[in-house]
Design a protein around this ligand. Structure first.
Ligand code: PMP
Length: 354
């Protein structure tokens, strides 16, 4: 007997289910054209040389540790990720109007962005193209938004239904969110031309439609990372706001590692600071372990507690709170008393939520 005995069998994911069926097929001539993952001429998974090199560097660096990252992830990764899509010389980045948080690949970035909008944006309808990647409506609906569609593909021409797209976005309520595939639209492989992008941009800005770009294939459309980012950069160049979900599953071949980022381009640096603080609140209860569980402080024995604070946090606490400990995060419990304990708790909280 099981308390879960009444649970129905869920259907296979329409994309990943293709692989399940493929694996079951004993035929020697079978071919899997379902999942979007690079394969060698022999049909084997491919790891890019640059990824192998980076992995070697990581393995051979003994100073690397596996401490918790801040809620927003690895700061250097976030900076580079924003530069990759918005351009190294992006004025929005230079003006500190871009907030970037590391997320669990493209899917996680879309989800965090969706939840942020559901909580903090006045319009809860998101327009997604027909067709689109099958996960889009589910991600946004679960995040608390309402998904509606705009026309995108015209089966008759096997190209873009530009008039349909313009009509549908023109009749969307003011301020609606619009999901745009940054390049190499999935599943159609049909992108607007630069001229069409410019018309879409003007239309969206004139109706205050909020762009939410999904960039899962930067580099796949033209072979150039910069060229593929051009439509996005047109929307940043006009000074308006937008959301950007980036996935490195495909263009770095890091499918299983779940590497991605969500950026929000804000109207001012001041807004960006507040947006970032709210993104942390979205991420923390979803999957972040920071500030986390501190029960080890009680479980550990002896005179010391190994707090798990990293050297950066230790330095912060010394500078801002005048609390001194070794840089490995070890504290002597003997130095604590009922008077200084609240001060320490405040300092730890500030350090881990920074
Ligand atoms: N958006 C689109 C359009 C995609 O095709 C994909 C991958 N199939 C993703 C986002 C996200 O994939 P991942 O979560 O693996 O980065």
């Amino acid at each position: 007997a099981s308390v879960f005995a009444g649970i129905a069998q869920a259907p296979e994911d329409p994309i990943l289910g293709v692989t399940v069926a493929f694996n079951k097929d004993p035929s020697p001539v079978k071919v899997n054209l379902g999942v979007g993952a690079y394969r060698t001429e022999e049909g084997k998974p491919l790891v890019l040389n640059v990824v192998r090199c980076a992995e070697q560097m990581l393995i051979n660096d003994p100073s690397r540790y596996k401490e918790y990252l801040p809620i927003t992830g690895l700061a250097e990764f976030n900076k580079l990720s924003a530069k990759l899509i918005f351009g190294a010389d992006s004025p929005a980045i230079q003006e500190n109007r871009v907030v970037t948080v590391q997320c669990l690949s493209g899917t996680g970035s879309l989800r965090v962005g969706g939840e942020f909008l559901a909580k903090h944006y006045h319009e809860h309808t998101i327009y997604i193209p027909t067709p689109t990647w099958g996960n889009h409506p589910k991600i946004f609906t679960l995040a608390g938004l309402t998904a509606r569609t705009y026309r995108y593909y015209d089966p008759a021409t096997r190209g873009l239904d530009f008039n349909g797209l313009v009509e549908d976005l023109s009749s969307a309520p003011l301020g609606s969110i619009v999901l745009l595939h940054a390049c190499a639209h999935n599943p159609t492989g049909v992108d607007p031309t630069v001229d069409q992008w410019e018309k879409i941009r003007q239309l969206m800005r004139s109706k205050s439609l909020l762009p939410f770009f999904d960039s899962a294939y930067q580099g796949f459309a033209s072979g150039s990372l910069d060229k593929d980012a051009q439509p996005v950069r047109m929307f940043v160049a006009d000074g308006g706001e937008l959301l950007m979900a980036q996935s490195y599953a495909k263009n770095m071949g890091l499918y299983g590692e779940r590497v991605g980022a969500l950026s929000i381009v804000c109207g001012s640096a001041d807004v960006a600071v507040r947006v970032e603080s709210q993104l942390k609140l979205v991420i923390r209860p979803m999957y972040s372990r920071t500030p986390g569980d501190w029960s080890h402080i009680i479980k550990q024995i002896g005179m010391f507690t190994f707090t798990g604070l990293n050297s950066e946090q230790v330095a912060f606490m010394r500078q801002e709170y005048h609390i001194y400990m070794t840089s490995d995060g070890r504290i002597s419990m003997a130095g604590l008393n009922m008077k200084n304990l609240p001060h320490l708790a405040d300092a730890i909280h500030a350090a881990v939520t920074k």
